[in-house]
Write a protein that binds this ligand. Structure first.
Ligand code: NOJ
Length: 763
């Protein structure tokens, strides 16, 4: 076959020469090899490399193949089978330069097997578990011929109104940075060139999670100190971990859109952080520079973007249409184009595509007969990860775990909705392969108990909302309304509840409600579901809420009225099994919130690591003229780091190995943690530090380390943390990272609010 011939040529350490009749340097000399390609490329071929197109858009297949064969496309995204990708790679290899393309996709929380959404993964506070999800995703995605994922999404967000908060890992710079690094390493494996690795393209650079008012695509205006201290570290962590790509954010930063922001992409990313990979715009972002009002026309937009440092343009034609003219007119130097091409070719090189363009596509004979075959899924991993992502928020009178006997009424619009188990950006996940809560409970119970089921309510009765949610770019309408009246549905649920010993209500959001372009003004359950809960509460039966949602919700009613509340996020392909494992006590929940839950939308932001003020609110000492909202208690409903277990843990006072820390020295902080309940269980010991006096105001506390520990009933263990000068550093007013001498407070707890404290001095 022709591609085998080409493959031989590539593997033979030289590229076939056509135009320039020179022999390429050895393939193992990356810079020389890439330079030799660039030397022989025409301007059009170079610009072709900078074009990333979405398959499935307006362009018909034959035209795509034609443009690939003409060297006009550098990479594609949105195909997920080897069968689809092979002819495209073959076409690219028919081009004059025979440069392979790469295939990208949004593999965000799993590929065929869907893992919990970002907030769920983060709730595990277990980096090995998180890594497992990323590794499985890489194995599955690479087996489908994919080379790159647009992930991880490491945007810190403090505003639950933002729908994309679901994709990230929460509000804390340290936790999110740890996860960012873990995910990059998991996707890229030993090397991004390995056949079972995919290149991570971290996104959305930068500060996308800080869009004004949580309104998607809005502007970000932020002080440089805050940026460096709280919002930039996760991107940096991903880059330091070797992420091969960076996706540029859609928002503006302090007046300049990220896509035209040379401070962001050249000064910070490349000069200061030393990034040596490929940058890609977000979907259509370069043409959006016109709407931002910083470019007069497409020509100016293309010039701004390439000069700012965007190597590849995603899904718009401006580079193709405008760059040739800009170069010919001397408005863009050829060196700028060459630099961008060098990064794109470098990324392909690192993916191993020059060594073998079919490295992940393989040969047709090996293509899976059925891409969705059960045998291709990693269900055990998905169940294990999902169990760790569940956060027990309330458990009055040990309502949970439930006994596997008697009659249980399972109600709620999310009890049996496979597509909603998956959450947004569920890649190539297939709804019918997702285990719903109803299925999970049914299997767990067998014949031991009666499980009654009633939908009880639609997710929402608001027709406008339903239209909006179905208008998101799904393949088919997802929010399918039950035609019965609300009263009929509630009556059915009540009839089931009356017969039952306990009610389990699965309520929350449909997956589209926490999605790109799904910002909300309210964090409440839609009225249809609240009415159902009010009616169920009226029965007086024990009420267990299983929440499915992609953002912190307002849970005042739930806290006051439900007997137990389990936050399950969108828990993925095996979610129903995992939740049933927890409901019935086959798994003891250990998840902790990676984000604060506000009492009301008006209280936002409620992030735990807030700065100190001159008139702080003091718990237990109500009074005016302090920083608070007077109609509501101060502080979040559920704090960062919070989560219950079926057992209870106690921690001792903090012990410090010394009262002072010398520069370049170390200090040990330790606590004893004891499982004082009757069950084995895991918890997360969290270490926070507060800088008591500094040249700039510092947060009330900042997470610096954590350890997840499994303890048998009655077991006690000493947990030791090592603190050094680096842990005390912060970004000062001159934007230097410094540790200033003086007093610090160590705070150790099982959540961010209830902590044991001890002070020491940095010399
Ligand atoms: C737009 C989204 O903002 C981004 O996260 C995603 O990776 C791209 N579309 C490609 O699907």
């Amino acid at each position: 076959m022709k591609w085998m011939y080409l493959l031989g040529l590539f593997a033979g350490f030289s590229l076939p020469c056509t135009a320039a009749e020179t022999v390429s340097p050895a393939l193992d000399d990356k810079p020389a090899f890439i330079d030799s390609l660039i030397e022989r490329m025409t301007l059009e071929e170079k610009i072709g490399q900078l074009r990333l197109i979405s398959i499935g858009g307006d362009m018909p297949r034959p035209r795509i193949l034609q443009e690939l064969a003409a060297g006009q496309i550098g990479g594609t995204f949105n195909t997920v089978t080897r069968h689809d990708n092979r002819p495209m790679q073959e076409a690219a290899l028919r081009s004059r330069m025979r440069i392979p393309i790469f295939f990208a996709y949004d593999v965000v929380h799993g590929h065929r097997t869907i893992f919990p959404i970002g907030l769920g993964l983060a709730s595990s506070w277990d980096l090995d578990t998180i890594a497992r999800s990323g590794r499985v995703a890489a194995i599955e995605a690479s087996a489908d011929g994919l080379d790159m994922t647009f992930a991880p999404s490491v945007d810190i967000s403090r505003d639950p109104r933002w729908g994309r908060i679901s994709e990230g890992f929460g509000e804390d710079p340290y936790l999110v940075s740890e996860i960012a690094r873990t995910m990059v390493e998991a996707y890229q494996g030993e090397s991004p060139a390995a056949p079972d690795s995919i290149t991570a393209s971290v996104k959305h650079f930068a500060l996308y999670g800080a869009v004004e008012g949580g309104r998607d695509y809005n502007v970000v205006d932020m002080s440089p100190m805050r940026m460096h201290q709280d919002f930039l570290p996760p991107y940096r962590a991903a880059i330091d971990a070797g992420a091969g790509g960076v996706m540029v954010a859609l928002n503006a930063i302090n007046g300049v859109p990220a896509s035209a922001n040379s401070w962001l992409l050249r000064d910070l990313l490349r000069r200061d952080w030393g990034f040596r990979g490929m940058t890609v715009s977000d979907h259509g972002a370069i043409s959006e520079l016109l709407r931002h009002g910083v470019a007069r026309d497409g020509r100016e937009a293309a010039r701004l973007a390439i000069e700012a440092g965007i190597d590849m343009s995603m899904a718009d034609s401006l580079y193709r249409d405008e760059l040739p003219g800009l170069v010919q007119a001397g408005e863009v130097e050829i060196g700028v184009i060459d630099a961008a091409v060098r990064e794109v070719l470098g990324a392909k090189y690192d993916m191993g595509l020059f060594h073998d363009p079919f490295r992940r596509i393989g040969v047709a004979e090996d293509d899976p007969q059925d891409v969705n075959a059960e045998s291709r899924l990693h269900r055990a991993a998905a169940r294990a990860v999902a169990r760790q992502s569940l956060v027990l928020l309330e458990n009055r009178g040990e309502t949970l775990p439930l006994e596997k006997r008697g009659t249980i009424a399972l109600v709620g619009p999310l009890a049996d909705s496979p597509v909603d188990m998956l959450g947004s950006w569920s890649a190539a996940g297939v709804a019918r392969q997702a285990v719903t809560l109803r299925q999970g409970m049914r299997e767990a119970l067998g014949d031991a108990a009666v499980l009654l089921h009633a939908r009880g309510a639609n997710v929402t009765d608001d027709a406008h909302m339903v239209d909006y949610l179905n208008f998101l770019n799904w393949d088919a309408p997802e929010v399918v309304q039950d035609p019965r009246s609300p009263a009929e549905m509630i009556a059915e649920a009540l009839a089931a509840a009356e017969k039952a010993d306990v009610i389990v209500a699965a309520v929350g959001e449909s997956r589209g409600m926490s999605h790109e372009s799904s910002s909300r003004t309210s964090l409440q359950l839609p009225p249809s579901q609240q009415r159902l809960l009010d009616a169920l509460k009226g029965t007086g039966k024990p009420l267990v809420l299983v929440l499915m949602n992609g953002r912190p919700l307002e849970l005042g009613w739930a806290k006051a009225n439900a007997d137990a509340v389990l936050e399950t996020w969108f828990s993925g392909t095996e979610g129903g099994h995992a939740i049933a494992d927890v409901l019935f006590g086959d798994y003891n929940p250990s998840g902790k919130l990676p984000i604060s839950f506000p009492r009301s939308v008006g209280q936002i932001p409620t992030y735990y690591n807030h700065l100190r003020v001159g008139r702080p609110f003091v718990e237990g000492k109500p009074g005016n003229y302090t920083s608070q909202y007077f109609e509501e208690p101060t502080g979040p409903l559920y704090p960062f780091g919070y989560g219950l277990s079926y057992t209870r843990f106690q921690i001792s006072d903090v012990r410090l190995s010394s009262a002072s820390l010398p520069r370049r020295g170390r200090l040990q902080a330790s606590v004893k943690v004891r499982n004082i309940g009757r069950r084995d269980g895991a918890t997360v010991v969290q270490l926070y530090i507060q800088d008591l006096v500094a040249s700039v105001i510092r947060p009330v506390k900042e997470l610096k380390a954590f350890r997840k520990v499994m303890l048998k009933a009655g077991e006690e263990r000493e947990i030791r943390f090592s603190i050094d000068e680096d842990d005390l550093k912060f970004v000062n007013a001159q934007l230097q990272r410094v540790a200033e001498p003086g007093e610090f407070e160590v705070q150790i707890g099982l959540d961010s609010q209830h902590v044991q404290r001890r002070r020491f001095e940095l010399q």
